[in-house]
Design a protein. Structure first.
Length: 152
C-alpha cells in the first residue's frame, strides 16, 4: 500500500528476461493501479484494478522489426519495449501492480508459439503448447522502469 502519492510523467519501459520452450512467444506487460479494498466512499471501486499502461511485444521481433527471427527454445533472452508515455498519479492507499502474460486473446491475435515468418499464415499444426518463464534475479533483472516525478 502506498504511503504517499506516486506521480509518473514520461515513457514507461518493460525489460523482461524470459525464456520459452517454443520458437516464438508474445509478451504482454501491464502497469495497473489497484484501488484500496476498503473504499467506503465508493464501494464499487473497492479493489478495482485500473490499467494505466500496457503493450504487447512479439518475441520474434526482439532484434528489430525489419526481419522476424525465431527464438532459441529455453534460452533466456532480454526483451525491451515501450509501454508508451504516461502522466498519472497513483494515490496514497493504492497499490501498484505489474502483470506479465503471454496472450491477450481475443484483443491480440494468438501466437502459435512456433516461429512462422507471417503469423497470419500459421497452420493449425503450428499452434503448440509452450512453457514461458520470466526471470527476476541479479543476473536477469526483469523490471518495469517508470519515470517518477515529484509532486508539486
Amino acid at each position: 500500500m502506498l504511503e504517499n502519492d506516486v506521480a509518473l510523467a514520461g515513457e514507461i519501459k518493460a525489460h523482461l528476461f524470459a525464456s520459452t520452450s517454443g520458437s516464438d512467444a508474445d509478451w504482454i506487460v501491464k502497469l495497473i493501479d489497484v484501488y484500496p479494498e476498503n473504499n467506503p466512499s465508493n464501494w464499487s471501486l473497492a479493489g478495482y484494478q485500473l490499467m494505466v499502461s500496457n503493450e504487447v511485444f512479439r518475441g520474434h521481433y526482439r532484434e528489430g522489426f525489419e526481419k522476424a527471427r525465431p527464438i532459441e527454445p529455453n534460452k533466456v533472452l532480454e526483451y525491451t519495449w515501450s509501454l508508451h508515455t504516461q502522466n498519472y498519479t497513483f494515490k496514497k492507499g493504492h497499490r501498484i501492480m505489474v502483470q506479465v502474460q503471454s496472450t491477450w486473446f481475443p484483443i491480440i491475435d494468438r501466437n502459435p508459439q512456433t516461429f512462422v515468418p507471417n503469423i497470419f499464415d500459421a497452420k493449425e499444426s503450428d499452434f503448440k503448447t509452450a512453457t514461458h518463464r520470466v526471470y527476476r534475479t541479479a543476473q536477469y533483472p526483469s523490471r518495469v522502469d517508470v519515470p517518477v516525478v515529484r509532486a508539486r
